[in-house]
Design a protein around this ligand. Sequence first.
Ligand code: PMP
Length: 374
Amino acid sequence: MVKHFMMPGPTKVPEEVLAAMNDQYLLHRSDEFRQVFREVTEALCRLTGAKETYVLPCSGTGAMEAALVNFVRPSERVLVCTMGNFGERFVKIAKGLGAEVDVLGVQWGEAIDAEQVVAALRHDHAAVFITHNETSTGVSFDLGSLAAVRERSDALIIADGVSSVGSMPVDLSLGYPDVIAYASQKGLMTPPGLGMVAVGERALSRMKKPPGFYFDFSLYRKSQEKYETPYTPAVSLWKALRVALSMIEREGLDAVYRRHRICARMTRAGVAAMGLPLFARRNHSDSVTSVGPVDVSTKLVRKIMKEKYQTHVAGGQGDYAERLVRIAHMGCVTTSDVLGTLEALAFAFAGLGVSADADAARRAALEVLGQCVC
Ligand code: PMP
């Protein structure tokens, strides 16, 4: 049995979404699929304010790569801003393409501000890459502050929204970012396997022919005039995503973001009140909270939480693999999940001899909830 599934992706898939995949006869060159295509792509564009959205059969990393190769030519110069593991992945993808890569990096747990980006930008940067929400640390980038970058530079702004879209506001119609890559298995509450690239107005006219074949957006654009994909789509996942998107629209986007924000604030208040450190120094994420670094093995903490309290959380990544616990409040997570997770976290740490006050955590989290509900 699982009581609280607080993983930073794949996240819990609601029963309604799972049930939508139980259809063996939906063919992709059919009017029924064209209807699914239309509803999904229109809802995705409403979600991010995009002009167009391409849905690819891949995970988030594939969407990041597709977002890069369709807008940057090999040998062009780019700036990659990195606050952790997933920013570093953008560096690897850009180098793999053969781009000239400048890196603006900060220590894990730190945030990057738009002013730092502006200071690092050169006139010959064709694009700047940022991670909207760095899942490895629980630090987010303030997209609103990108107005300052847009004012000073013509470089395309390409973002990784894998752990933010569906949980935190993104609005490409503002003009920044220009492109955002994301995936089905996080805030969108759908199983893994779909990667999305949302493209804004300015970026549409700056698309370039990529070196490869499969991720060439010009072919996706052509096919979508007929509400089709160029190659066989992951039909069942599209059907699942249609239901998940309608659940999000039923709850209301503002309400969805507010629920994430409240869950995040409750988690942080609870962790601080139980006497454990928060890893993010500032710009705390609304979808994932990193707890630590701690001196006990968080592999053991997670094992106790899972086996004794049926509560699933993630460990750290890279050098912090066994020193952080990452609690995701992403997708269909509720405030009761947060309360149960805080209790399991405190009991697990206490079981390993680290003092962690479960009552204080609960009181602090409920106080935040009380303030938010009024
Ligand atoms: N970027 C971010 C911010 C992520 O959180 C993840 C997945 N944890 C990825 C990229 C990579 O996504 P995937 O594992 O779906 O390829």
